[in-house]
Design a protein around this ligand. Structure first.
Ligand code: HEC
Length: 109
């Protein structure tokens, strides 16, 4: 009985995790890729205009911490009082934001 229960709990955990991975890919593609690019390199029309960093570049990845990335996604990015990236604190959960940071990290080549 106990083994059975463990199997059920584990199956639940795995399917939740895989749904989340698909969700993160979808959020990135829908909400972030128009600026940062599907591959994170920032080579989109918006990305070039905003001079986005190339997240496939290891030195770029090293230039910010996970905490800074979380903060940028939550609160957005402003420069000279102008919003360059809006904050997503209202529309994304902490779990989704953490997963997006992991997604950003995965672009590193
Ligand atoms: C309107 C264009 C735009 C959209 C949409 C956008 N960003 Fe950004 N993002 C920027 C700009 C501009 C910066 C600041 C410059 C830079 O870091 O390249 C930035 C910075 C960041 C940073 C901070 C990196 C650092 O150097 O600290 C992260 C992480 C990030 N964005 C993730 C995301 C995620 C995740 C999404 C989608 C939920 C998203 N961005 C959507 C434009 C955008």
């Amino acid at each position: 009985m106990n083994k059975m229960l463990t199997a059920i709990v584990l199956a639940g955990a795995f399917s939740a995790a895989s749904v989340l991975a698909a969700d993160v890919q979808e959020s990135w593609d829908k909400q972030c890729a128009k600026c940062h690019g599907a591959d994170g390199a920032g080579q989109t029309a918006m990305g070039k205009k905003l001079k986005l960093k190339d997240y496939t570049d290891a030195s770029v990845q090293a230039s910010f911490t996970d905490e800074e990335a979380v903060k940028a996604i939550k609160e957005g990015v402003k420069e000279d009082g102008k919003t360059k990236m809006k904050g997503y604190a209202d529309s994304l959960s902490d779990e989704e934001i953490n997963a997006l940071v992991a997604h950003v990290r995965s672009f590193k080549k």
